[in-house]
Design a protein around this ligand. Structure first.
Ligand code: ATP
Length: 349
């Protein structure tokens, strides 16, 4: 059982702000993902929760108790890092058992605990091997088992999949999801990979430059991005964004005219997702020559250039045309998002 509360937590080094007034309650058993580009403050936030970094301001509470002054070892959190940090001279069994030894847990229970943890990550057949005799994915699973064996109240995972190749990432990601479901432990997971965030999280915190941009379920963040930063960070491809003006309820830009908005007149940024648009239909809102075509297998991505920006729309996988051919793209107001042209904040209408 562990609820974690961050109240006005900031970290500064001199004038540089690494994390700015982070406020959030992470519920017991929640899987929370901190997502953002390199340097946005994800790791610093997690290190403060772990006790490896002191906040400059604010309080961190675990189950209602302020832990700012508690040593990492007294916070009952287990960390899994991007580098596995396994002991090269110990075999898998001893590596997994290590936290039990240093914590003085009754030795008669060690074997059961190690076997249970290793079975969860399917390492039972590798217990006698040294880390050098394992693949990257197996080493990462040893690191996971070593965190699991402690039966902590909180898991903190910092980019645990980033050293794995693409295929292993997908299978280990599925394993982590399944484990977190089985163990029901509050988990905070740091990544810059939006697909990892979307697939693993109960809630995602999107950060940029030390500031929380949006907190929400993967669906909320995908369907209702709070600003243009979140819109352009989430989704593959990212949301199409273009500058234009609203005039009498119609969004206008070069080669674009989309009626049906209730926002007031003036400049705005309009966004829509490639998969929400239709390609080649009648009465389209965008008409432009095709800039490029990409065959994705399950679909064909059609891109046009509007005012310097590349705008993509997903067509059926059978769609065929040539670069330079005129294409019409259906973008009704109902699939569009509007953002303030200056601040980037979402506006309704
Ligand atoms: P990455 O994905 O690259 O690990 P991150 O989002 O985890 O990035 P942090 O490691 O939290 O980013 O760093 C946030 C910012 O704080 C960065 O700009 C970093 O350079 C800065 N920073 C981190 N540690 C220190 C330090 N000890 N002294 C000064 N600045 C620091």
């Amino acid at each position: 059982m562990a609820e974690i509360k961050l109240s006005g937590v900031s970290k500064r080094w001199g004038n540089f702000v690494g994390v700015d007034k982070f406020d959030l309650t992470i519920e017991d058993r929640e899987f929370l993902v901190l997502l953002g580009p390199s340097g946005c403050g994800k790791t610093t936030t997690m290190r403060m929760i772990a006790g490896l970094e002191d906040p400059t301001d604010g309080q961190i509470l675990i189950d209602g108790k302020v832990v700012n002054d508690l040593e990492p070892k007294d916070r009952d959190v287990a960390m899994v890092f991007q580098s596995y940090a396994l002991y090269p001279n110990m075999n898998v069994y001893e590596n997994i058992r290590f936290p039990l030894r240093v914590r003085g847990i009754d030795p008669s229970t060690h074997k059961d605990k190690v076997m249970r943890a290793s079975a969860m990550v399917e390492l039972d057949d590798f217990l006698h091997r040294k880390p050098a005799e394992l693949s990257g994915g197996q080493r990462q699973r040893v690191a996971l088992a070593r965190a699991i064996v402690r039966e902590p109240n909180v898991f903190l995972m910092d980019e645990p999949l980033s050293n794995l190749d693409a295929k292993l990432r997908v299978s280990t990601r599925a394993e982590i999801k399944n484990l977190s479901h089985e163990l029901s432990v509050t988990t905070i997971y740091v990544t810059h990979d939006q697909i990892e965030a979307m697939t693993l999280a109960d809630r995602v915190v999107v950060m940029e430059k030390g500031i929380v941009q949006q907190v929400g379920s993967p669906t909320e963040i995908y369907d209702r991005p709070a600003n243009t930063f979140v819109a352009s960070f989430i989704g593959s491809p990212a949301m199409n964004l273009m500058q234009g003006v609203i005039e009498g309820g119609t969004f206008k830009a070069d080669r674009v005219s989309i009626p049906g908005f209730s926002a007031s007149d003036g400049p705005v940024t309009l966004g829509f997702r490639a998969e929400d648009a239709t390609v080649g239909g009648a009465g389209a809102e965008i008409s432009a020559p095709i800039y490029t075509l990409e065959l994705l297998g399950d679909a064909t991505m059609v891109s046009v250039r509007i005012g310097g920006a590349l705008i993509s729309a997903k067509a059926d996988k059978t769609f065929r045309a040539e670069i330079g051919d005129a294409v019409s793209i259906g973008v009704p107001a109902s699939i569009c998002h509007l953002f303030d042209a200056t601040t980037g904040a979402r506006i309704d209408g």
